[in-house]
Design a protein around this ligand. Structure first.
Ligand code: NDP
Length: 242
């Protein structure tokens, strides 16, 4: 099995913690990112991993990017689709661009990336794919029809690909985080954040490292009987049944 792990959006926030966790677990880690060169360089220097810039919403760029990673590090054994964005607004104010941007980066990316690694994984009869969804794809969230649709789509996609790939030694699972303390929450007003935390039974926001721990568990070779599952990590805020 290949000990190369590719993490999209792997240079900041949850993705950076995932990159660090997989490095600690003995993987050669390639962290993709979209545009923030300074954060990527800082991450590469801090973790001692390779970083690669491309837009996960662009199929051709993903094909080239995976090719570049594999030429440098070897075949991808673990793919973590973590890159994501929000463009919040209630539907009556949402523009087509807000809808399309989120569907493109948060959902099309899952096809773009999986499609470009799946043939190699099938040939090698081994793979671990972990897709990052969200509590808001499970329960729906005001102001996030675009994001909730994309993140629910990630779950359906992963269940289907899990079934398709099981005989080939490839598992496909989802981690659905609750509210995690990263830059993504930077735009949320303090009073809104306080009211969100008041609905989390654990009584605090989650930490990126706690999501990284879920990913490392599912990425392990010993997790071969787990596929098509959704691991929720949300401090008890929403108890989902799938
Ligand atoms: P951040 O905003 O902190 O980081 C996002 C990462 O995705 C960055 O590395 C960014 O790259 C990358 N990225 C964004 N767009 C693209 C693109 N088009 N192509 C390639 N890379 C891109 O997000 P979080 O760490 O908070 O979130 C990570 C994942 O977890 C997302 O999928 C998010 O939806 C999900 N999630 C987050 C929650 C939270 O509370 N934070 C809750 C539930 C789910 P760059 O640095 O170049 O901008």
């Amino acid at each position: 099995m290949s000990k190369v792990a590719l993490v999209t959006g792997g240079t900041r926030g949850i993705g950076k913690a995932i990159s660090a966790g997989l490095k600690d677990a003995g993987y050669k880690v390639a962290a993709n990112y979209g545009g923030n060169d300074d954060a990527a360089k800082a991450c590469a220097d801090e973790l001692g991993i390779d970083v690669f810039k491309w837009d996960v919403g662009d199929f051709a760029a993903c094909k080239d990017g995976v090719g570049e990673v594999e030429a440098k590090l070897g075949p991808v054994g673990v793919l973590v689709n973590n890159a994501g964005i929000v463009r919040d607004g209630t539907l009556h104010k949402m523009t087509p661009d807000m809808w399309e941007d989120v569907i493109r980066v948060d959902l099309d990316s899952i096809f773009n990336m999986c499609r470009n690694v799946i043939e190699g994984m099938r040939d090698r009869r081994y793979g671990r794919i972990i897709n990052i969804s969200s509590i808001n794809g499970q329960k729906g969230q005001m102001g996030q029809t675009n994001y909730s649709a994309a993140k629910a789509g990630v779950i359906g996609f992963s269940k289907a690909l899990g079934v398709e790939s099981a005989r080939k030694g490839i598992t496909v699972n989802v981690v659905a985080p609750g509210y995690i303390d990263t830059d993504m929450l930077a735009g949320v007003p303090e009073n809104v954040l306080e009211s969100i935390v008041s609905t989390i039974p654990v009584g605090r926001l989650g930490r990126a490292e706690e999501i990284a721990h879920c990913v490392a568990f599912l990425a392990d070779e010993k997790a071969g009987f787990i596929t098509g599952s959704v691991l929720t990590a949300n401090g008890g805020q929403y108890i989902a049944n799938g």
